[in-house]
Design a binder for this molecule. Structure first.
Ligand SMILES: [Zn+2]
Length: 135
């Protein structure tokens, strides 16, 4: 289960809506399965950003250090699916880390529609849905 506090959730939704029709991405920080802060990051994918996202490892390292400094840890990654449902694609799975929660936000016609969270297994073969509480 992952719970996202309202300020962090609002940051995620507004970043996803602003980035529409491209995919947005960012990192979720907190502790004990509770997200207290969301950090939007630029999509570093050089192909069509309507279809995919990549995060710069330097950005990730910086956010990780920032989290530790604030007594938090990286709990997961969020990204959006523009005009598409909040499923976990095969490509998402291939690029995932098993110890993170992956929140996918479905943005339709520029507005938030729904969201799901997934937790990839260690072989990156499957990513079961986990309970997501937000707002
Ligand atoms: Zn995706």
């Amino acid at each position: 289960m992952i719970r996202i506090e309202k300020p962090a959730w609002d940051t995620m939704v507004s970043h996803a809506e602003k980035t529409f029709p491209k995919e947005c991405c960012g990192v979720m920080l907190g502790s004990d399965g509770v997200v207290k802060e969301a950090v939007p990051l630029p999509n570093a994918y050089t192909g069509p950003q309507e279809d995919f996202f990549v995060m710069d490892p330097h950005d990730l390292n910086r956010v990780d250090a920032q989290a530790r400094h604030g007594g938090m840890e990286v709990l997961g990654i969020f990204h959006s699916h523009p005009d598409c449902d909040a499923y976990f694609s095969r490509r998402d799975l291939e690029n995932s880390c098993p110890w993170f929660s992956y929140v996918v936000l479905s943005i339709k016609s520029g507005r938030f529609d729904h969201a799901n969270s997934y937790r990839p297994d260690f072989d990156q073969k499957e990513a079961p849905k986990e309970e997501l509480i937000y707002g």
